[in-house]
Ligand binder design. Structure first.
Ligand SMILES: NC(=O)c1ccc[n+]([C@@H]2O[C@H](COP(=O)([O-])OP(=O)(O)OC[C@H]3O[C@@H](n4cnc5c(N)ncnc54)[C@H](O)[C@@H]3O)[C@@H](O)[C@H]2O)c1
Length: 362
């Protein structure tokens, strides 16, 4: 079986969890039950088939370092859970564009980003042509409208598939989806739906209530955390697409409109990469009596997101092997908050399995 060559844009906590995860699960057997994984082998591809060939960031503590060191460099705070050998891939300086918000440069609230001023940015599409990845994954900060489009455009130019981990609309924008289709490339996105995160839990509760005839009257989902993703998101003007992505993921399951407040709510530095989520739902059931659900989830944020990404990478590679281009409907509905088309999670899971078995085109 061939390797899956991966390029990464944004070497933050998610990239760190992905790289660590590859080594953490390196030796697993196909037939064993492995906590944390949904597929030990997917379409013939093992976790250890993932190979990193290029990496882009803009922070001076990461640019120029081997990927195996950059993933543990500040301001990353996800705990170390795997030994990562030297990879031989140097982190290159990507174009900053709108990747770094003004408040992230001041260090007023906490760590923040330190933009590397010593190097000119590389030409991303040239690097991709030279390193020849199968897929580029976008892990830049929320609000990176221009940077995301720059990486997506560079992937198109270099004939590389694209996974969009963030709430910028690429796979779910018909104009962008068509560009990938016309170039014979698969695209999956947008905005990773974590393995057992706030979104999937909130969706499960809402789905349950709708299916059991309960009228949902109001709901909120408040999230706090202490990593750079949460620090970046304290500025509401970075958050427009994140709120749309997270809110639509929940409201798309309810056949009527409901007052909602859903999104990142505060940065609490000492929680580090641990995210805490509060979900509240008020509904009305038989006899018009009120039902209240008041729930707290606590989870390590970044590894949680990679539980699904590890399957997305292998699914995109399967699409490449089969010559399938354009938006991948099934894996996007399963693993992303804002896919081209929303499906209930159980349906999306079935669609993904059918795709893997070759019974469904996308
Ligand atoms: N559970 C999760 O962790 C989760 C779930 C869904 C989506 N996401 C999204 O994934 C993205 C990555 O999350 P993270 O926790 O790794 O964030 P992070 O802040 O730890 O990492 C972002 C990295 O991008 C770099 N960067 C900034 N501008 C750049 C540019 N122009 N080019 C290349 N690199 C640039 C930063 O220096 C930093 O290293 C975020 O947008 C986040 O919202 C995360």
């Amino acid at each position: 079986m061939r390797k899956i060559k991966v390029a990464l844009a944004g070497i933050g906590n998610c990239a760190s969890s992905l790289v660590q995860g590859i080594y953490y699960y390196w030796d697993i057997r196909e037939d064993e039950f492995v906590p944390g994984l949904m597929h030990t082998v997917l379409g013939g591809y093992r976790i250890s088939d993932v190979e990193f060939v290029a990496a882009f960031d803009v922070d001076e503590r990461k640019v120029g370092r081997d990927l195996s060191e950059a993933i543990f460099s500040k301001p990353n705070c996800v705990p170390k859970f795997a030994d990562v050998p030297k990879i031989g891939v140097k982190v290159l300086k990507g174009p900053v564009l709108d990747g770094v918000a003004p408040h992230m440069k001041t260090m007023k609230y906490g760590e923040g980003f330190l933009v590397n001023d010593d190097n000119d940015p590389v030409d991303v599409s040239t690097v991709l042509e030279e390193t020849d990845p199968d897929v580029l994954i976008n892990f830049t900060p929320v609000g990176s409208h221009d940077a995301t489009r720059h990486y997506a455009e560079s992937a198109l130019k270099a004939k590389v598939a694209f996974i969009n981990g963030i709430p910028e609309f690429i796979a779910s924008d018909p104009k962008w989806a068509r560009k990938f289709e016309e170039n014979g490339l698969p695209v999956a996105g947008d905005d990773v739906k974590s393995q057992v995160g706030a979104t999937i839990l909130h969706r499960a509760i809402v789905d349950l209530l709708v299916n059991r005839g309960v009228k949902i009257e109001e709901t909120y989902q408040l999230n706090i955390g202490g990593n750079m993703d949460f620090l970046n998101m304290i500025e509401e003007d970075r958050l427009k697409t994140k709120r749309i992505s997270k809110t639509e993921a929940v409201t798309s399951l309810v056949p009527y409109s409901v007052p909602t407040r859903i999104g990142p709510s505060d940065y609490v530095d000492f929680t580090g990469d641990r995210k805490i989520c509060y979900i509240w739902v008020k509904g009305r059931n038989f006899g018009d009596f009120p039902v209240y659900i008041d729930l707290k989830l606590s989870v390590m944020d970044s590894p949680n997101s990679i539980g699904t990404v590890i399957d997305v990478i292998r699914t995109v590679k399967l699409a490449l092997d089969r010559g399938i281009a354009g938006p991948l409907t099934s894996i996007s509905a399963y693993a992303f908050k804002h896919p081209p088309k929303q499906f209930p999670d159980a349906v999306a899971k079935r669609m993904v399995e059918e795709f893997i078995e070759g019974k469904r085109e996308r």
